[in-house]
Ligand binder design. Structure first.
Ligand code: ADP
Length: 482
């Protein structure tokens, strides 16, 4: 092949690629630029003389670019440099990487420099976005309010911010030494809960915020609220956001103590009041016999009000006992049907506007506290009546297997929105919307106490409901084999 043909082939080739291509003589004079170079830079070959090519380089990059190029010209070392080049048509600067290699003869003398400029603007932008996002993450991590740590599922803490270290009383040196482990910092009673959280992390990638305690380096404890998400691309590592909830816990404790104290303070005068009333009733009967019906009527209505009040106060005390883990149970062998029928009869008498319809029987015995079970059933049936003011009946379905009794209480009332169904078992929680309109009174304690009692006997309360379509509360209780 003739030399000219080869040159033509070479030129054709360099016109097909997306790079800007140039050939320079060893003394720095330009020999050739491909079409793309002219189109992009708008610089003619004449204008390239005496470093004139650099007019299309961004002013901020120009000096170092000329210096790097001259350095290669002098030393014969390959040239590589990043800079911004101006697009003559749009006026926009884009990032390029310039590279050049010398072609040498057999004595090592440079004959030509072959160079290219490659557009790396998009990569640069991605890099820059990444840099900004990393910087932002770093700032976030330095947050002074929220503790943060990156740790593996097996416990090792790789990174922790100051807020977290302050919370648990460790130092940065402890992190760096690799000795910090959230497992070691977790008291034994929280380990089961942690195992559940890890399960959730495996399956969903994030954990519903949960509360626990950490043992600080000095052995004291700190209550925290945690939110954790699995780090993408990292093997079993997660980032946790940790809030110190000491103040909230102390406030809750004060609130519980207050409720307990208030309950006791209220109960004392009420007991005296009831005693005085009984004495009063006796005196009245003695002096006027049963004649004064009107006064006796007032007395029995007062008695009913006192009963309501003392039930409320007992609920308050039960709630604080549950909080302290001290709800008392007097267990004995009980006939479940009897407990239910007795409760239903009492509730029916107090609520003549709803008919309580029982379907089925249990024929089951259980070892439990008569009083506490009665409390559960009267609360559930009482609620069914209270939250169905327009209805005239509540149905109670009884069924049993060998070891489990099922009691379902179905009303035709206001129902409970799906998202609130879990929360109604929390203490003092009341489903809002409907109640505000209809102003049905209550304090949100009954279901909390009932749930606690049923759980104590290894049973479960579940709810099925739809807003406006009534609710069914079902209690399942393990019973004695018949
Ligand atoms: P209270 O009835 O005193 O508010 P509970 O703990 O017994 O307290 O019930 C908690 C909440 O659950 C109630 O405020 C109510 O919003 C909802 N709820 C309970 N039972 C029913 C029911 N049968 N129908 C509709 N809502 C109910």
């Amino acid at each position: 092949m003739m030399l000219q043909d080869k040159e033509r082939e070479f030129h054709l080739l360099v016109e097909t690629i997306s790079e800007l291509v140039w050939i320079i003589r060893p003394d720095g004079r330009s020999e050739y630029y491909n079409q793309r170079w002219y189109e992009y830079t708008g610089v003619t070959i004449d204008q390239t003389r005496n470093d004139g090519w650099s007019q299309c380089v961004h002013p901020d990059d120009r000096e170092r670019t000329i210096a790097a190029w001259h350095d290669s010209l002098q030393t014969g070392q390959p040239y590589e440099n990043e800079y911004r080049l101006k697009n003559a048509r749009t006026g926009e600067y884009r990032w390029f990487i310039g590279r050049a290699l010398p072609l040498k003869d057999e004595h090592g003398v440079v004959l030509r420099w072959f160079g290219t400029c490659t557009d790396i603007h998009n990569n640069k932008q991605v890099e820059e976005a990444l840099r900004i996002s990393e910087a932002r993450f770093k700032r976030l991590f330095e947050s002074t309010i929220i503790g943060m740590m990156i740790a593996s599922f097996d416990g090792r803490i790789f990174e922790a911010n100051e807020a977290f270290l302050n919370m648990v009383g460790y130092t940065r040196a402890d992190v760096l030494s690799g000795a910090m482990s959230w497992r070691k910092m977790t008291p034994p009673e929280f380990r089961d809960r942690d195992a559940q959280v890890l399960d959730e992390l495996y399956t969903t990638g994030k954990a519903t915020p949960w509360e626990k305690e950490y043992i600080r380096k000095d052995g004291s404890r700190v209550p925290v609220l945690l939110g954790t998400v699995v780090l993408e691309g990292a093997n079993r590592q997660a980032i946790s956001f940790v809030l110190n909830i000491t103040e909230r816990k102390e406030f809750e404790k004060r609130k519980d103590e207050f409720i307990s104290m208030a309950g006791h303070e209220l109960r004392t005068p009420l007991t005296t009041l009831r005693l005085l009333m009984q004495m009063f009733a006796k005196k009245l009967t003695k002096s006027t016999g049963d004649e004064n019906k009107e006064l006796h009527g007032y007395l029995s209505r007062m008695d009913a009000q006192i009963t309501t009040l003392s039930r409320l106060i007992n609920s308050l005390l039960d709630v604080s006992k549950i909080q302290a883990g001290r709800l008392d149970y007097n267990d004995e062998v009980l006939d479940l049907d009897k407990i239910l029928y007795d409760t239903i009869e009492t509730v029916q008498q107090a609520n003549p506007l709803h008919i309580l319809i029982i379907q089925g029987t249990l024929h089951k015995r259980i070892i439990a506290d008569r009083h506490r079970l009665g409390q559960v059933f009267s609360n559930l049936i009482g609620n069914a009546i209270k939250y169905s003011p327009q209805a005239d009946k509540v149905q109670i379905f009884l069924s049993a297997t060998d070891d489990v009794a099922m009691i379902s209480i179905q009303d035709e009332g206001v129902g409970i929105p799906e998202e609130q169904q879990k929360r109604i078992f929390e203490r003092f929680y009341r489903a809002d919307a409907l109640l505000k309109i209809k102003a049905i009174s209550g304090l949100g304690m009954g279901l909390y106490i009932s749930n606690e009692i049923v759980k104590h006997y290894k049973g479960e309360i579940t709810v099925k409901s739809e807003e406006g379509q009534g609710s069914t509360f079902s209690v399942s209780l393990p019973v004695l084999h018949s």
